[in-house]
Design a protein. Structure first.
Lengths: 128, 279
């Protein structure tokens, strides 16, 4: 690990991480969109009444199963999950960066943020 | 309307929202939900889910550019994210129990307030404030590239007040599926006396993490529909990237006034439809 690891370094790498995350997720969403529109372009659309998404589009295993069946909507959902995970990855990266700077206080702060994020993603009868 | 027509029209509207949001600095997320609910008759819960996803995309896209310029303060951002993510969790849970009519009314009030804030002149920034003991202990004071060249140092003030406001910003974000950048900037710029440029870029940096905290709950509750979120996310991202690109050359004062009028109009519409129960 570099000796004079500075905030500047961390910020540069965080910038690259965010850019990559957004690009990859947008590409995955786009691929899913092409499949979805080719197959269902002529279907009737109705978002006026809220039904909630079916389990295959709101649980981790359901989304993966849907992706392997090459369902357009499942692939779009995977792209959206990757997008949601991008800021989470950024927080993980920041913990690592502060640890490298031996900044214990900020390792604790950043870990707290990560725990809150994981609670939303994993806890409370949640998606994953 | 079939899926293809709906997708194209929603993408067009979202593109314009993203473009105007970036050009005026008011954020595109704020007009997305009214656009979807009022003009496309989408249930507000689906609209909020799609909007929140697009907020993560635009803020992460923009933050990638900002962090490299050295304006955003990663420590301030990380510390305050404890407040915004906790707030976002509370907001997202509230969103699942609050009736949609009430959501629409809260949304309308928020729109009117944003329109008002965007027209209100900002009080002159106070420079060279003495260091605050708590902010110093939290290592929040920093410096940023100033217009006169060189680095200008700043001392952060009123950490507890900023932290509380950030909790509110997070709750609004989770409740309404918006970035609530305006409240975040208010907390940093007005309460904590952080220079405006540092406040706006750090706020942008925080929006993605805040939104991710409520997105997990939205996803598991079935608020995020891929067919709707797809055109919204891709088009808002494209619009805001283009907006950020032409921002350097464009004169945006007239645009800001126009956009504020549009926001106020949508606010009145949302409140009206919430009260009459047509949403």
């Amino acid at each position: 690990m570099p000796r004079n690891w500075s905030d500047q370094n961390i910020e540069q790498m965080v910038g690259n991480l965010l850019r990559t995350g957004v690009t990859v997720s947008a590409l995955v969403v786009f691929i899913g969109a092409v499949l979805y529109l080719i197959r269902h372009g002529n279907s009737h659309v109705d978002y006026h009444v809220f039904h909630g998404e079916p389990p295959e589009l709101r649980t981790w295993s359901g989304i993966l199963h849907s992706v392997f069946s090459l369902h357009g909507r499942g692939i779009i959902q995977l792209g959206l999950v990757l997008l949601i995970l991008t800021p989470v990855a950024r927080v993980v990266f920041a913990i690592w960066g502060f640890a490298a700077e031996h900044d214990r206080m900020y390792v604790i702060f950043t870990t707290t943020v990560l725990v809150i994020l994981l609670y939303s993603l994993l806890g409370s009868g949640s998606a994953f | 309307m079939n899926v293809l027509e709906f997708t194209v029209l929603v993408a067009l509207g979202s593109f314009v929202a993203g473009l105007l949001g970036a050009l005026t600095g008011l954020g595109g997320g704020v007009v997305l939900v009214p656009l979807l609910t009022i003009f496309f008759k989408v249930d507000i819960r689906y609209a909020i889910g799609a909007s929140l996803v697009s907020v993560i995309a635009t803020s992460s896209g923009a933050a990638a550019a900002y962090v490299k310029e050295g304006f955003s303060n990663i420590r301030i951002g990380m510390f305050l994210e404890i407040a915004t993510t906790l707030g976002a969790l509370c907001g997202a849970f509230l969103a699942t129990v609050v009736p949609t009519r009430v959501l629409a009314i809260i949304f309308g009030v928020m729109l009117l307030y944003s329109a008002y804030l965007s027209r209100k002149p900002r009080p002159r920034a106070q420079r060279n404030l003495p260091p605050d003991p708590l902010a110093t202990k939290l290592k929040m004071n920093g410096s940023f590239p100033s217009e006169e060249g060189g680095m200008r140092p700043y001392n952060v003030q009123a950490v507890p007040a900023g932290f509380s406001l950030m909790f509110g910003a997070g709750a609004l974000s989770g409740l309404l599926g918006i970035g609530s950048g305006a409240v975040k900037v208010l907390a940093m710029d007005q309460a904590m006396k952080i220079p405006f440029k540092v406040s706006t870029t750090t706020s942008n940096f925080m929006i993605g993490v805040t939104a991710a905290a409520s997105a997990g709950i939205y996803l598991s509750r079935g608020y995020i529909d891929p067919g709707l979120a797809m055109p919204v996310m891709l088009a808002v991202l494209a619009g805001s990237l283009l907006g950020a690109h032409i921002l350097m050359k464009a004169e945006t004062r007239v645009l800001r006034v126009l956009f504020a009028v549009v926001i106020a109009f949508l606010g009145v519409q949302m409140i009206y439809q919430g009260v009459t129960g047509t949403i």
